[in-house]
Design a protein around this ligand. Structure first.
Ligand code: ASP
Length: 598
């Protein structure tokens, strides 16, 4: 059979106006109902679902084939579109007013019994879904996720192309660059003992493109970071990466806002509110305890230290004397019983606080709290005023080192306040990030990456802990969608940043000499950004994790249950690469099940 002739219409396209048309359809048997001789099939293809009806009384030659059909058989039918009889219209289906009376039916390909039901309402173990991803992708929700992803990326490309950006590919076998995560390494056969790194992002290549005179670059780029996997993290992920020369922060944010708006329209059908609000990093931390605030609700953190400046309540006075702070949130009318309130105290302790004070505002305006008796009238009144409290509200107060207080209240705020089940979108720019932070060992590390320009070089040199950078983030509903910055274009400043980071001149020269040299050839001022494509689509599609919008993702342990990666390789392959496995790896292998495929 000539397969080009199998299909002239998409199953999802048929409407009442098509009644009377003869059509050819091809797809999969999504449902099958036998109604005493007449067989009803839901025929599903990439465009949707339509009901097809086979009546063996009219078509005796189809009797055997139609009774032999099973779920997910791939079939082709030809027939006439007709209106469904009264009372059988399905308003939930776009094609629900019609059905196709089958005149001819061919099985193109039978299917084994399915490992799980391809029904969005059935919960299937994720490893199983990934093992049979090709079946999972037939489920309507997954099929729609793929289509949404394609629409989103197209909307991104549209903005980039309209604004004159040039799409340029950059290599994936590169030298290691310092972007904060662990590199994925690829051994070189041609130079045994040497390794490529897979790019954590195209950062240095896009900067080289600016030096190369491209002026406006973009790429839908695959990035690799060898980090522990989480709901919103995979070993490989996709960024919309872009960079512009003679650009500053405002240019980037304007473009970003346009991209975000267009992607939102593509996936949600509605424009988000513009302009996106903007907070400095400092404001975000002070008000929300995080650099990625969910601003769909208020419940801001308020500094209550002034209220308690002369307090006799020991726990708070000790904190204030020690340079910490006392802060609180008005969690609104939570209506929690004592056990619920105690639960919040335990949660705060889990999050690292020494304790948490709760207060419930009674109808007469008084405060019910385990510590109420230790407070003066003035303090009780001060708290209620500062937190704008009304009857029924629950107030949560923590006193500790300020970073701990902010972190704990920020997390509790999300626990008690996060709006569920509605589709409001709150985009936000966070700007003026610090240049550096301290890692666990107390060393300075870049908060963004070491190619980010400081606001003021002298400030960075003299007070690195406080220095502000020209880095900015885009946040949506409490998730970071991406980051960017104005870059350093002066090689002397770039060397200075390496020096502050404790990278010696020799090491900087050895690792990044090629880049420092490039900066010396008339580098234009430039700035850019990268959007996490998977994350953005997952949020806009209301998906619980990014794996739902990645066609072939890895499990939380970095494995692909479908193809069996990562897998062992033949000894001979390792030998070619000059690689010998360490004895402890070989010992661990001996304990494991034999690896399939080798
Ligand atoms: N390369 C950066 C990242 O992946 C983004 C940027 O600064 O443009 O986070």
């Amino acid at each position: 059979m000539d397969s080009g002739a199998l299909k002239d219409t998409s199953a999802g396209a048929l409407r009442a106006a098509d009644a009377g048309r003869t059509v050819r359809l091809a797809g999969w048997v999504a449902r099958r109902r036998d109604h005493g001789g007449v067989v009803f099939l839901d025929l599903r293809d990439a465009g949707g679902i339509v009901q097809v009806v086979v009546n063996p009384e009219d078509r005796p030659e189809l009797e055997d084939v139609v009774h032999g059909l099973r779920l997910e058989y791939c079939i082709a039918v030809a027939g006439v579109v007709r209106l469904r009889p009264d009372g059988t219209v399905n308003p939930d289906l776009p094609t629900g007013e019609v059905e196709v009376a089958v005149e001819r039916l061919d099985v193109l390909s039978p299917s084994e019994p399915l490992p799980f039901q391809l029904d969005d309402r059935v919960d299937v173990d994720e490893v199983k879904r990934l093992q049979y991803r090709y079946l999972d992708l037939r489920r309507p929700r997954m099929a729609e996720n793929l289509r949404a992803r394609s629409r989103a990326v197209r909307a991104m490309r549209d903005v980039m192309e309209e604004q004159g950006f040039l799409e340029v590919e950059t290599p994936t076998l590169i030298a290691s660059t310092p972007e904060g995560a662990r590199d994925m390494l690829v051994p070189s056969r041609l130079r045994p003992g040497h390794f490529y790194a897979l790019p954590q992002s195209p950062q240095l290549f896009k900067q080289l493109l600016m030096i190369g005179g491209v002026e406006r670059y973009y790429q839908v780029a695959r990035c690799y970071r060898d980090e522990d996997l989480r709901a919103d993290r995979q070993l490989e992920f996709t960024q919309l990466d872009f960079e512009g020369s003679f650009w500053g922060q405002q240019d980037v944010l304007d473009t970003l806002e346009e991209i975000a708006a267009r992607v939102t329209v593509a996936l949600r059908g509605a424009e988000p509110a513009r302009p996106f609000p903007r907070l400095t990093w400092h404001e975000a931390m002070e008000r929300y305890g995080t650099d990625k605030p969910d601003i769909r609700f208020g419940m801001q953190i308020v500094d209550l230290s002034p209220v308690f400046s002369t307090t006799g309540f020991r726990a708070f006075s000790a904190v204030l004397d020690g340079g910490g702070s006392v802060r609180g949130i008005n969690a609104g009318p939570l209506g929690l019983a004592r056990s619920g309130l105690d639960g919040l105290v335990s949660r705060a302790q889990e999050l690292g606080a020494k304790g948490l004070v709760w207060m419930v505002v009674e109808d007469d305006g008084s405060l019910r709290s385990p510590i109420a008796k230790f407070l003066t009238d003035e303090e009780r009144h001060g708290v209620a005023t500062a937190l704008d409290a009304s009857a029924g509200d629950t107030l949560l107060i923590a006193g500790d080192d300020t970073p701990v207080v902010l972190e704990v209240l920020g997390r509790l705020r999300l626990d008690v306040g996060r709006p569920e089940g509605h589709d409001e979108l709150a985009y936000l720019f966070v700007v003026d990030f610090p240049v550096f932070e301290r890692n666990e060992d107390g060393d300075l590390v870049p908060l963004h990456h070491p190619f980010t320009a400081p606001r003021d070089v002298t400030e960075m040199r003299e007070r690195p802990d406080e220095a502000i950078s020209k880095a900015y983030d885009l946040v949506l509903n409490g998730s970071e969608l991406g980051s960017g910055s104005v870059r350093i274009h002066d090689p002397a400043v770039q060397s200075e940043v390496f020096e502050i980071l404790g990278i010696s001149t020799e090491e900087a020269e050895r690792r990044f000499g090629w880049f420092l040299e490039a900066l010396r050839y008339g580098t234009p001022p430039h700035a850019g950004f990268a959007i996490g494509v998977d994350r953005m689509i997952a949020i806009l599609r209301d998906q619980p994790n990014i794996r739902e919008v990645i066609p072939f993702p890895k499990t939380q342990t970095g494995a692909d249950p479908l193809t069996g990666s990562p897998g062992r390789v033949e000894e001979a392959q390792l030998a070619e690469l000059g690689i010998c496995l360490r004895p402890e790896v070989l010992a661990a292998w001996a304990e494991e099940e034999p690896d399939e495929g080798v």
